[in-house]
Design a protein around this ligand. Structure first.
Ligand SMILES: *Cc1c(COP(=O)(O)O)cnc(C)c1O
Length: 398
């Protein structure tokens, strides 16, 4: 693990190439290291009691009846599709404007991704264009809460229910985000559709190195996830290990090995304890950016709809047309500030070149080409955001 105390107790990791302000930085400290150490010394390092406890605690935190931990969010999304029996020839509606795993899992199941354009205000699926993408072969929608900003689930669920289509939430970025449903603020992960999938990659708000989680209200789906992630094994190894009588397992379905380890889960449990603080800190960073960048002519800042509270996994700004994205990013990098371009569109990547594309995905393409992601992480102080804001201002005044 990288040393994290370069500047303060929770300073960002030292990066190469003269980077002073990285794009992101996980917040990991002694608590996580001690938790992993205890598991290493316990004698049980694969999926076991820590995974079970992490699942219980995650479920309780988001208000879901069931949670199932897996190796990453990509496998979580694939299990979600598999558990819903989505396969060859089925159509799954989602956005092209997402991390490519969202579309890849659909194709790995033999199904066909049907891309809908985004709303440029939220960078999420434009629900006004959802209905026109539905055909008699549509089996599911994967709704992405991109960069932690909740997707308009009320509008989306109304359409999905009307057509009897399953809904999977790609909540990879959205641990700690909230959405207002029927006047109540609820965590993303509390079941609204059928299944929600989370990532614990270090670029997300909490991390286990690699890791994922599925939540659902459906006990049958949860049972399927738990069978499928462990080779379709009828009796888990933990049960056999602790049994005083001999047990023979069976392999009742065609499964996978998508397990999380107990070391990861132990780290995840400590990260869960930090989640409210991590989100509060990120929201403070976003508020400072809004203040420091708010009056810059031509720069469009991300905003939360009235019914959404983002965890600000990423902070994405839209550049004015006259500025070149790559040049702005290079100038910032020259000042030691790392950025990333806007979320990339899957339909523009090679494995998707042969996929028939009738859809108008102009807003998705513009978001990729005209946006940049600014550094954001919980440890970022006012000095850091001001430094970024000053560098962005210099570009706009150029
Ligand atoms: C990161 C991410 C994924 C993949 O998560 P992994 O845990 O890295 O597999 C999927 N979808 C979205 C929207 C993501 O941002």
């Amino acid at each position: 693990m990288v040393a994290i105390r370069t500047r303060s107790r929770f300073g960002p990791p030292a990066a190469g190439g003269g980077i002073v302000i990285p794009i992101a930085a996980p917040l990991l400290a002694d608590e996580e290291a001690d938790a992993a150490r205890a598991v290493v010394l316990s004698g049980w390092v694969s999926q076991g009691p820590q995974v079970a406890a992490f699942e219980r605690e995650f479920a309780a935190l988001v208000g879901a009846p069931h949670a199932c931990a897996v190796s990453n969010c990509t496998t979580a999304l694939q299990l979600a599709l598999a558990a819903l029996d989505i396969g060859t020839g089925d159509e799954v509606i989602t956005v092209s404007h997402s991390f490519i795993a969202t579309a890849n899992v659909i194709r790995h199941q033999g199904a066909i991704p049907v891309f809908v354009d985004i709303d440029p205000e939220t960078y999420n699926l434009d629900c006004a264009r959802l209905a026109e993408a539905i055909t008699e072969r549509t089996r599911a929608i994967i709704a992405v809460h991109q960069m932690g900003m909740p997707c308009d689930m009320a509008a989306l669920m109304a359409i999905a229910r009307r057509h009897g289509i399953a809904v999977i939430e790609d909540a990879a970025c959205a641990a700690g985000s909230q959405i207002r449903i029927d006047r109540e603020w609820e965590a993303i992960g509390k079941p609204r559709g059928d299944i929600a999938c989370f990532s614990f990659h270090p670029r997300k708000v909490i991390t286990t190195g690699e890791g994922g989680m599925l939540t659902t209200a459906d006990a049958d789906l949860d049972r399927k996830f738990k069978l499928l992630r462990q080779h379709g094994m009828s009796v888990p190894d933990t049960v056999r290990h602790n049994s005083s009588s001999v047990i023979f397992e069976e392999y009742v379905v065609l499964g996978y090995n998508y397990r999380m380890t107990d070391m990861q889960a132990a780290i995840g449990r400590r990260q869960l304890e930090r989640l409210p603080e991590l989100v509060a800190r990120r929201r403070a960073v976003a508020a400072r950016y809004a203040e420091q960048l708010g009056n810059l002519e031509g720069l469009r800042l991300p905003t939360e709809p009235a019914w959404a509270r983002s965890n600000w996994q990423s902070y994405c700004v839209r550049l004015p047309d006259r500025l070149d994205q790559r040049i702005v990013m290079q100038h910032l990098l020259d000042k030691g500030i790392a950025t990333r371009r806007g979320i990339m569109c899957a339909h523009r990547e090679q494995p998707y070149s042969s996929l028939a594309q009738g859809q108008d995905l102009r807003q998705s393409e513009l978001a990729q080409d005209r946006s940049i992601l600014l550094p954001i992480y919980a440890q970022m102080d006012a000095e850091d955001t001001l430094r970024v804001a000053d560098a962005v201002r210099a570009e706009l005044e150029r």
